[in-house]
Design a protein around this ligand. Structure first.
Ligand SMILES: O=C(O)[C@@H](CO)OP(=O)(O)O
Ligand SMILES: [Mg+2]
Length: 432
């Protein structure tokens, strides 16, 4: 990279996310004319220890204009400090961003301000090097240049509940996980066909086929159990074998219904369950249904519950920690020491920089934990996570359903990478 590849300008602006809420987009311009933009997503079922984004709900602090504050922080505080720096120095830039903020949680400048800059810098560096973003991310991740890239197995969220919809289902995400598909494009075809079959099944039963935040159907059902049963039926109806071609991955997002030591099914029947009841329920479901991956089966504050579920089901199931690990290398390291879960969900905006995200993925890979690269429920057209999944060889990605463009954009990006890499990539398989 030469001196003409240094940063000339950094500009943020407010844009809309897929829920129609304001969010941050950042554009980095290099002296050589390269322009790179990144958009920041936002979650609804957030972990309490996530890095703090400045949102418009922060009425007290910013008169309800948190995103504009984040935008101003980029334009006035961050931009002058980055001028003249090489975007290739991702770690140095991310360290500077954290230092400029100065808080543990990125609360001062806002994790959304910082992440937008970090991602746009990364994209500009890839362009300046003349290589695809996934290849640049692989370099940053320190992976061997000659090892094949891994295209991730998609987790496709076809039925939404919890905080992502107004239906009566407590569990947040019911996902198709096509573990038997031979290629990425076939995996997406398996998912799309099952998604359409599911729609017909719901219609036949007189159930609503409107969708939730991540594009999965959001019907009112009799129980959480019924959601899994109908998906299994759809898999069969589409001509696939449940468990062999397509398995099921769940994200109950249990922190959302954890209340003073119990799990309360507020949306279905109001019943209260102890942590032991929850584990018994999952055990029963695993016997009955082809479930192979369970994310946030226990609440983030239920440390004992997490220990117990890992002991009870950790050998049979991929247990993914999301709210409890919040993509934070320090917090995750404690979890590893504690023997909690066997996989981690990776969300860039939970931690707020590309470098820290890569460090967390490296930690997972070093310790034999699975890593699932993930979208947020409030998304944009940005496809950074597709390249992140391929560049780090994470092997798994969850990015919603198949009928909302902000989700499909990520799948389409991986399809483009699949075509581009040909035999230089293999199709991943989950660790569990
Ligand atoms: O819980 C999750 O895993 C995510 C993404 O599916 O939801 P949110 O972005 O609302 O936290
Ligand atoms: Mg989750």
């Amino acid at each position: 990279m030469n001196s003409r590849s240094v940063i000339r300008g950094v500009v943020a602006q407010e844009i809309l996310d897929s829920r129609g809420n304001p969010t941050v987009a950042v554009t980095v311009t290099l002296v050589n004319g390269i322009v790179a933009t990144a958009c920041v997503p936002s979650g609804a079922s957030r972990g309490i220890r996530e890095a703090l984004e400045l949102r418009d709900g922060d009425a007290k602090r910013y008169g309800g204009k948190g995103v504009l504050k984040a935008v101003a922080n980029v334009n006035k505080i961050i931009a002058p400090k980055l001028r003249g720096k090489s975007p290739a120095e991702q770690r140095e830039i991310d360290t500077l961003l954290c230092a400029l903020d100065g808080t543990e949680t990125k609360a001062k400048l806002g994790a959304n301000a910082i992440l937008g800059v970090s991602m746009a810098v990364c994209r500009a560096a890839a362009q300046a090097s003349g290589i695809p973003l996934y290849a640049h991310l692989r370099r940053l991740h320190g992976a061997k240049a000659r090892a094949p890239f891994v295209l991730p197995v998609p987790m496709m969220n076809v039925l939404n509940g919890g905080a992502h919809s107004t239906n009566n289902v407590d569990f947040q995400e019911f996902m198709l996980f096509p573990i038997g598909a031979p290629t990425l494009s076939e995996a997406l075809r398996y998912g799309a066909e099952t998604f359409h079959t599911l729609k017909k099944l719901l219609q036949k039963r007189g159930l609503v086929t409107a969708v939730g935040d991540e594009g999965g159907f959001a019907p009112n059902l009799k129980s959480n159990d019924e959601a899994v049963a109908i998906i299994v039926e759809a898999i069969r109806g589409a001509g696939y074998t449940p468990g062999k071609d397509i398995a099921i991955a769940l994200d109950p997002a249990a922190s959302e219904f954890f209340d003073e030591g119990s799990y309360v099914f507020k949306k279905t029947d109001g019943s209260r369950k102890t942590p032991a009841d929850m584990i018994a329920l999952y055990r029963q479901w695993v016997r009955k249904y082809p479930i192979v991956s369970l994310e946030d089966g226990m609440g983030e504050e239920d440390r004992d519950g997490w220990r117990a579920i890992t002991k009870a089901l950790g050998k049979k199931l991929q247990l993914v920690g999301d709210d409890n690990f919040v993509t934070n290398p320090k917090i995750f390291a404690e979890g590893i020491r504690d023997g909690i879960a066997n996989a981690i969900l990776i969300k860039l905006n939970q931690i707020g920089t590309v470098s820290e995200t890569l460090a967390t993925i490296a930690l997972a890979q070093k310790n034999g934990y699975g890593a699932v690269i993930s979208h947020r429920s409030g998304e944009t057209e940005d496809t950074f996570i597709a390249d992140l999944a391929v560049g780090t060889c994470a092997g798994q990605i969850k990015t919603g359903s198949l009928c909302r463009s902000e989700r499909v954009a990520k799948y389409n990006r991986i399809l483009a990478i699949e075509r581009e890499l040909g035999t230089k990539a293999r199709f991943g398989q989950p660790a569990a």
